[in-house]
Design a protein around this ligand. Structure first.
Ligand code: ADP
Ligand code: MG
Length: 342
């Protein structure tokens, strides 16, 4: 492990969690929220914790921030165990979902607040505040108070305030969930840009798999307090290590291996990998539902004596127009098959 004060470069291990678990409650009524969590976060990466509501994402983020302490295990930053480091002494900042801005202060004062607490000299402080306001494109609003800003602008103030002291780690808990779809897409690109331009390591929590795939350098998929898989978005999408991940990321079709003489196995087939075949295909079925998704169209097809509904997603222009009840053959390339243990 590294010694304190030694700054690792981009690509070096920044955070390590070793056998971390978290249990809430008393001995009589305890509730284990995180179990056997082991992973590392690399300096300079955009790391995303992805999982369904209640799986323990916020708890994991609060452990990193120092707002909670692990029941067992170690969390280290730059090789230094954080157990005895109070939240305000960690080089870690959090952007809260509620933004938590000071209503009576101007944008500039809000952003300067943390630096004042850290006793930055005035010249340096003023220059840094101007720099981060420029970074989040709020320079022209520096004299306003939070109530005079839109929700998106308030969020930028919260981001500027958290980025100002150049923390080693920035924690963001579902930062985009309160925004409408259009603003959310814009902010995804904006967060990517801020992360790239500052080089600060971001750890973002979301339950939205599309958001995670769009922004992350690496994703950790969490379910029931366990980290199931970690990897770059493309790997997690194309090579899921278990059926939960395959279904949660991109809603793959999960087909019982028994149908293909492979008991104990599950075949994952991506919606976009399936096609209708004019002649006999791998499976025969009946169209049971059709959903219009704008640029795409989604067919559901009952196959295997009606036990399984396959979802097929294709471009609207290039997918045959069929009606509910149509008898079809479904096909796929062998290369798009992905087998997993149950
Ligand atoms: P997520 O952010 O993934 O939705 P959380 O980390 O907030 O999940 O919560 C995970 C589980 O831990 C939930 O069942 C929640 O009720 C429980 N939990 C969270 N904080 C506490 C607490 N302070 N005391 C008891 N249970 C808690
Ligand atoms: Mg949460």
């Amino acid at each position: 492990m590294r010694r304190e004060g030694q700054a690792p470069g981009k690509g070096a291990e920044l955070v390590r969690l070793v056998d971390v678990s978290k249990t809430f409650g008393t001995k009589e009524a305890s509730h284990t929220v995180l179990q056997d969590v082991n992973f590392s976060i690399v300096s300079g990466e955009f790391f995303i914790l992805l999982g369904p509501s209640g799986c323990g994402k916020t708890t994991l983020l609060r452990l990193l921030g120092g707002f909670e302490y692990p029941t067992t295990g170690i969390i280290a930053l730059d090789g230094v165990d954080l157990s005895n480091v109070a939240p305000h002494r960690r080089p870690i900042n959090t952007v809260f979902q509620s933004y938590a801005l000071f209503p009576h202060m101007t944008v500039r004062q809000n952003v300067a607040y943390g630096l004042r607490m850290l006793k930055w000299p005035t010249d340096k402080l003023n220059a840094r505040v101007s720099e981060v306001l420029e970074l989040v494109r709020l320079s022209q609003f520096e004299g306003r108070r939070p109530a005079q800003l839109s929700g998106g602008q308030q969020q930028r103030v919260a981001l500027a305030r958290a980025l100002a002291p150049s923390p080693r780690l920035l924690l963001l808990d579902e930062p985009l969930s309160a925004l409408d779809l259009k603003l959310r897409k814009g902010m995804q690109a904006e967060l990517k840009r801020l992360q790239r331009e500052t080089g600060i390591t971001f750890v973002l929590v979301t339950h939205d798999q599309e958001e995670a795939l769009a922004m992350a350098d690496r994703v950790a998929v969490v379910d029931g307090g366990r980290v199931l898989q970690i990897g770059p978005p493309e790997d997690v999408y194309t090579k899921p290590t278990n059926p939960f991940v395959a279904d949660f990321i991109g809603e793959a079709n999960l087909v019982a291996g028994e149908l293909f003489g492979r008991p104990g196995m599950v075949l994952a087939l991506r919606q976009e990998s399936l096609t209708f075949s004019p002649g006999p295909g791998r499976m025969r079925g009946v169209v049971s539902a059709i959903t219009f998704l704008g640029s795409d169209i989604l067919y559901e097809v009952k196959v295997g004596e009606g036990q399984t509904d396959l979802r097929m997603r294709g471009r609207r222009e290039t997918t045959p127009k069929l009606d509910v009840g149509a008898e079809v053959f479904v096909d796929w390339a062998e290369a798009s098959e992905w087998w997993m243990s149950k």
